[in-house]
Ligand binder design. Sequence first.
Ligand code: ZN
Length: 289
Amino acid sequence: MRIMSAFYRNNDGNEKKIHLGEMTTHVYTQKLKRKLFCPTENCTARVSFSGGRYPHFRTWKYDQHSKKCPYHFDRIPVNLGRNVTDIVSTEISYNRRQKALHDAYTQMNLSEEEREAIRISRNRHRPKAQSITTRKEQVKGEQLVLFDSKLYEDNLIFRRRNLSKRYVDEIFESDIGQIRLVMGNIASSIEAGNVAEIVVKNNDQVITVVFEESFTADPFNSSYLNKFWAINQVLDQDIVQFTGIGDIRKSTRSKRLELVIHAGTDFKVNNKDMSAVAAQIALDQYRLG
Ligand SMILES: [Zn+2]
C-alpha cells in the first residue's frame, strides 16, 4: 500500500503532517531525514522519502508497523542463494495487486483461439536459454548488492518479484508460506460469523479460502464484513469465478491447503469487489420493493 503522508517530528516533540506533494528530495535530505514517521496514530515505524519519477514514502529499513497499522506487512526470510539469507518484506503495492487480479480474470476467460495466439507469440519471442541464464545471474548479483543497507532501502528487489498466478490445482505443498494469486470457481461459501469459508475448485482440486481474526479486526475491511451472503446470491444464478491474493498454508486441523486473505480488496467475485456486489444486490432488491 502506498504511504501518501507522514508525520514529521522535530526534536522538541512537535508534530506536523506532511503530504507527498509537499516533499522534495532536497528538503528531505536537508531537514526531514530520520524524522518522518508512519501517518497512522500510535504506529512508531519510521518512513523515508524517495524522489524521482514516482515519489513515495516507504517504510524505513527493518522498522515494523504496529500490527493494527494498515501499512503493516510481514517480513519473511528469503533465501537469495549463495548462502545469504536476508529479510525481505512481502509488501506488494495495492495497484499491482489490483492489476494482477484483473489480469488473472482476463486469463481465465480467454477463448481457445486467444490462448493459442498467446502461446505462439510467446514461443516466437522466447529468448535463447543462454541469455536467460545470464539474466538470472545478473539478478542474483543485484540482490546481493541490495544486501548493502543503502541499496536495500531502494526496494529494487520487489519490482522483480513475481506475484504468481495459479489455478487451484496448480497449488502444491511447495507453495506453503508463499503469496499466491489463486484462480478457480467457487464451489461453496459457508458464512461463519461476519465472514465466510469459501471453497474454490479447479479440475476437481479444492482450496479453502479463509478470513481470520486479523481480517475482521482491520478497520479497512469493515465494509466487507457481513457481506459474504452476496456470494451465495450470485452462486444461485451463475458460475462464480474467484481470484484472490493471500498466503498459502496448511490447516493444522483438516491438513488441507488454505488461502489466507488479509484484505477485502485482495479478492474478487467474477472480477468484482464483493462489497460492491452486495451493494448492487441490495439496491436491486430495494428497487423491486
Ligand atoms: Zn504504520
